[in-house]
Design a protein around this ligand. Structure first.
Ligand code: NI
Length: 218
C-alpha cells in the first residue's frame, strides 16, 4: 500500500476548513466575552477564596473624629464603598444607588451599616466626608483617617487609588480608584462583591440575596 495514500488523506475531509473556523470563532468569542464579563458580575465567589483575598481590619475616624474600626458595628452587615468627595460622577452615582437600594429594602436595612471610606484623606477631612455621605443616605457613615490608615484599609479591600493630575503644575487633581461595593457579613467575611455600576434595584437584590444566603452564627 503506497504510503502517500494514508498520509495525505485529510482527517476531516467531511468538514472543509472554513466551516470549522465558523464553528470555533463564535465559541472563542464567547469564552473571551466571559473572561471580560465575569469579574464584573456580582460574586457568589467561594467564601474561602474571598476570605483569603479581600477584607480585614481597619481603623478610621468618623465625622466627630471618633475612632471606628471594622468591629464598631457588631452584628451588622457592613456595606463598604471607597471613593472621594471630589469625584465628578462615579462616586456620587454609586452612593445615590446605595441610598436607593437601602431605602427599598425596608427594615432589612436596619441590619446594614453602610460606610463610605475616602481614598483622598488630604481633602476629605472627617467633617467633609461625613457631611457628604449623609447627603446620600441618613445613616451612611463617611470615614477618613491618616494616609497610612487609608492605605491599610484600601489594601485590605483590594482597592487601588492614585491621584491623577491633568497638568503637572496644577494643584487640582482627581483620584483614580477601584469602584466596587462590598457587603461584609457580621463575622467579617465578604458576603457579596457588587458591581458599583449597578442601579439601585439590582443593588438591593444583591444585598438581600447575599444576606439571606448568609446564615447568622448560632
Ligand atoms: Ni469616584
Amino acid at each position: 500500500m503506497p504510503r502517500s495514500d494514508s498520509r495525505t488523506k485529510p482527517v476531516n475531509r467531511g468538514i472543509p476548513a472554513p466551516s470549522l473556523l465558523l464553528v470555533f470563532i463564535p465559541i472563542i468569542l464567547v469564552i473571551l466575552g466571559l473572561c471580560v464579563t465575569i469579574p464584573y458580575l456580582e460574586t457568589p465567589l467561594p467564601p474561602m477564596a474571598m476570605e483569603a483575598a479581600v477584607g480585614g481590619p481597619f481603623e478610621l475616624r468618623d465625622g466627630s473624629g471618633q475612632v471606628v474600626t471594622d468591629r464598631s458595628w457588631p452584628g451588622k452587615f457592613l456595606l463598604i464603598y471607597f471613593g472621594y468627595t471630589h469625584c465628578p460622577s462615579v462616586c456620587p452615582t454609586t452612593l445615590a444607588n446605595i441610598g436607593g437600594a437601602l431605602d427599598s429594602i425596608g427594615k432589612t436595612a436596619d441590619r446594614v451599616q453602610p460606610l463610605f471610606i475616602t481614598i483622598d484623606p488630604a481633602r476629605d477631612t472627617s467633617k467633609v466626608v461625613a457631611e457628604y455621605a449623609q447627603m446620600f443616605w441618613p445613616r451612611l457613615v463617611g470615614l477618613t483617617g491618616t494616609s497610612s490608615q487609608i492605605a491599610q484599609a484600601a489594601k485590605e479591600y483590594d482597592i487601588y487609588y492614585a491621584p491623577h493630575r491633568d497638568s503637572p503644575t496644577g494643584s487640582d487633581y482627581s483620584m483614580d480608584h477601584t469602584s466596587v461595593v462590598y457587603l461584609v457579613a457580621p463575622d467579617g467575611r465578604i458576603a457579596a462583591t457588587i458591581d458599583a455600576s449597578r442601579k439601585a434595584p439590582q443593588m438591593a437584590a444583591s444585598i438581600t440575596s447575599a444576606m439571606n444566603a448568609t446564615r447568622s452564627p448560632a
